[in-house]
Design a protein around this ligand. Structure first.
Ligand SMILES: NC(=O)C1=CN([C@@H]2O[C@H](COP(=O)(O)OP(=O)(O)OC[C@H]3O[C@@H](n4cnc5c(N)ncnc54)[C@H](OP(=O)(O)O)[C@@H]3O)[C@@H](O)[C@H]2O)C=CC1
Ligand SMILES: Cc1cn([C@H]2C[C@H](O)[C@@H](COP(=O)(O)OP(=O)(O)O[C@H]3O[C@@H](C)C(=O)[C@@H](O)[C@H]3O)O2)c(=O)[nH]c1=O
Length: 304
């Protein structure tokens, strides 16, 4: 099976590189710019001709879309580019897979929820109620993919972090090591997700697709929720990061969202219910603090 990965130099893209090593598949890792130390084929996923051309030339059976516009605050004032990357590009990828008879694995977000107040884990069929441009455009991307009728697996995930790229864990490792005090919101609840665990789940989808080898539509086409297990606030997340790093010199205090100014209202509760993905693909998902420990150990290994 020939698999094209977009956004291969981002957090998830990097973890896909690691996961790809123990498979019999042929992977093509692409991004808009080169990154140091890793081989990358240049592909702008908003360029339809380039996408169609590469799918045809490389006989691609499956696209894993790890590229997106992920700056939630900036998206509020950069709507056009955000929509181009999060909504229009997935449509191009979906149309390319429809034409080639392949599978699109799209990564989406818990931020498609949040507008309605609820406190039970969000299910796949629940109506999307995004609170900002990022979540809105990611939801539009999902809808465009569904409308093409291509085989697809849309994986909504949440609070992604990794030893690669920019993320909350790295920000908090730095802030709790250098600041005497820090306020972190405790009125937004969700579940952190180690991108390596998500890459393992994507590999399970790819294996299932390869085994089914569908002639007429993949039987598991649809939306699935994936995060690590458990629930916490950004405040709890920060406390655990600091504790594991031994950063004891920073006084971390809980605050309300309105005390941390931002151009966008984030979901107060966006915990994802993972029953469907666990049952469909037989996954066992690690608890969030266990994965955080693994990631921080991997960060230390990378530094050496
Ligand atoms: N980060 C998070 O907390 C969460 C992310 N998600 C979703 O998970 C997925 C992966 O996120 P994550 O790994 O954090 O993303 P990153 O922001 O780390 O990586 C995205 C990558 O896409 C690249 N890219 C930008 N524009 C294009 C383009 N036109 N064509 C091809 N590639 C492009 C970026 O390049 P460059 O950096 O040069 O712009 C970057 O390398 C995304 O779909 C995201 O929406 C879901 C929930 C949480
Ligand atoms: C740095 C900092 C952040 N915060 C708050 C702001 C925000 O409410 C929360 C998290 O901050 P971030 O900037 O990481 O949040 P954000 O970029 O909104 O994270 C989101 O990214 C997108 C891509 C997703 O898809 C989501 O699942 C989610 O991970 O923590 C504090 O309260 N204190 C601080 O010192």
């Amino acid at each position: 099976m020939n698999i094209l990965v977009t956004g291969a130099n981002g957090q998830l893209g990097h973890e896909m590189r690691i996961i790809s090593k123990n498979t019999g598949y042929r992977f093509l890792f692409t991004d808009v710019v080169e990154a140091e130390g890793v081989e990358t084929t240049l592909l702008d996923m908003t360029d339809a001709d380039a996408v169609y051309g590469m799918v045809k030339k490389e006989k691609i059976d499956c696209i894993v879309n790890c590229a997106a516009y992920t700056n939630v605050d900036k998206a509020e004032s950069d709507v056009e580019l955000c929509r181009k990357l999060n909504a229009e590009a997935p449509r191009i990828l979906a149309e390319a897979m429809k034409e080639a008879g392949g599978l699109l694995v799209q990564v989406s977000t818990d931020y498609v929820f949040g507008g309605d107040p609820y406190n039970t884990p969000c299910r796949e069929e629940q109506k999307g109620t995004p609170t900002g441009v990022y979540g809105q455009t990611k939801l539009e991307g999902e809808q465009f993919i569904e409308a093409t009728g291509c085989d697809h697996v849309i994986l909504r995930t949440a609070w992604l972090y990794s030893e690669f790229g920019r993320n909350f864990v790295k920000t908090m490792l730095n802030l709790t090591a250098t600041k005497p005090a820090l306020n972190v919101v405790f009125d937004q609840a969700g579940t952190p997700t180690y991108a390596l665990d998500l890459a393992v789940a994507i590999k399970a989808v790819l294996d299932d697709y390869a085994a089914e080898h569908p002639k007429q539509g993949y039987s598991k086409t649809g939306i699935y929720h994936f995060s690590n297990e458990g629930v916490c606030s950004w405040y709890d997340f920060t406390k655990r990061i600091a504790e594991l790093a031994g950063n004891t010199g920073c006084d971390i205090q809980p605050c309300h969202s309105n005390e941390f100014p931002s151009p966008v209202t984030r979901p107060a509760y966006s915990v994802l219910d993972k029953t469907k993905i666990k049952q469909t693909f037989g996954l066992k998902i690690p608890y969030w603090t266990d994965s955080l420990k693994v990631c921080m150990a991997n960060m230390d290994t990378l530094k050496k």
